[in-house]
Design a protein around this ligand. Structure first.
Ligand SMILES: Cc1cc2nc3c(=O)[nH]c(=O)nc-3n(C[C@H](O)[C@H](O)[C@H](O)COP(=O)(O)OP(=O)(O)OC[C@H]3O[C@@H](n4cnc5c(N)ncnc54)[C@H](O)[C@@H]3O)c2cc1C
Length: 301
């Protein structure tokens, strides 16, 4: 098995940006991806400088195409199933679902996060008419009749105030949560209606929301809106590699992508275990790659 300088797990903007930087630094790097990038459910990506409105797959394709001139870079589409470190040799072994194994001096975890919803029907509309990030999709839904679906006071306050910037035609659905009088009054003064009854069903076609049906019997017209998902990490590679976590569940780093386990680096949404954006993830990848390259340089010079 040929030894790599670095194996990158995850070809989202974080992993792809890191791989580009490492390829340009003449490092032998392999990037593995299984096509489960978080934004695969949406039609267009917004706010990435020079690529506003691009399809998520097109952004990925361009990034992969631009890795081709670098001969020390290779790519495979497969799922990483296991990673472990040989502490004596200071080397990482990565196994995949295709029964392949890779040996590398450094490993970059850029596998991102995934979301789940307490109201399961949201999934059918997520990325088409329901979204979680107003900066990503607020503009396209400006001035439309929107829903804010959130289930605790802090989330309701934050998301409603934010989305109000894009549409004044807002209705809050708290799915059983009772709002404080202070917040209710604040929303009332802005003509924002609040329904606290539990959500029974969502109605619409092809991912386009048409109405929200409540257990109280009402069926409220809305053409889209914003929701607050829960986020989780899709794998346990950082735990398996003994990386330390802080009290908020975030992997501890030095701020430049180095974890507490020598040779293990992280980038993108893996870093905060929470949502960010394409351009921030790409910047994290660039920063982590510079750390990897610097460490390899100093170790070998
Ligand atoms: C509906 C929606 C719309 C969005 N719209 C925008 C937008 O308009 N603008 C914007 O800036 N951001 C947007 N985002 C956010 C954006 O998608 C993320 O911020 C960004 O993708 C994070 O990049 P990342 O590289 O950290 O993770 P990801 O892009 O999620 O990439 C992680 C990669 O790791 C791979 N992976 C995971 N586990 C394994 C494994 N075991 N083996 C192999 N590969 C693995 C996955 O295949 C995936 O490609 C949106 C998100 C969603 C859900």
């Amino acid at each position: 098995m040929d030894k790599l300088d670095c194996i990158v797990i995850g070809a989202g903007p974080a992993g792809l940006s890191a791989t580009l930087t490492l390829g340009r630094a003449r490092r032998k790097v392999h990037i593995v991806d299984n096509g489960t990038n978080r934004n695969r459910v949406t039609q267009e990506s917004h706010g990435f400088l020079t690529r506003d409105g691009i399809k998520p797959q097109q952004l990925k394709d361009i990034a992969m195409e631009q890795l081709k001139p670098y001969p020390s870079v290779s790519i495979s589409k497969e799922t990483v199933t296991e990673v472990y470190k040989d502490d004596q040799k200071d080397l990482f072994t990565v196994h995949t679902s295709n029964n392949k194994s890779y040996l590398a001096e450094k490993i970059l975890l850029a596998t991102g996060i995934q979301e789940e919803f307490s109201i399961s029907q949201i999934k059918q509309y997520y990325g088409k008419s329901l979204f979680s990030c107003p900066y990503c999709d607020g503009w396209e839904h400006r001035d439309q009749p929107l829903a804010v679906i959130a289930e605790n006071e802090a989330h309701i306050t934050h998301l409603t105030k934010l989305v109000f910037n894009w549409s004044k035609d807002l209705i809050v659905f708290s799915n059983g949560h009772q709002l404080s009088n202070k917040l209710r009054n604040e929303f009332e003064s802005k003509n924002i209606k609040v329904y606290t009854a539990r959500i029974k069903n969502l109605h619409g076609e092809n991912g386009n929301l048409e109405s929200i049906e409540l257990e109280s019997g009402e069926n409220i017209f809305r053409s889209g809106g914003f929701v607050v998902p829960s986020f989780y990490s899709p794998n346990k590679f950082a735990e398996q590699l003994n990386c330390q976590f802080d009290e908020n569940g975030e992997i501890i780093t030095d701020g430049d992508g180095r974890t507490t386990t020598n040779g293990v680096y992280i980038a993108g949404e893996t870093e905060k275990a929470g949502p960010s954006s394409l351009i921030i993830a790409a910047a994290h990848g660039n920063k982590a790659a510079a750390s990897i390259n610097l460490d390899l340089t100093l170790e070998r010079f």
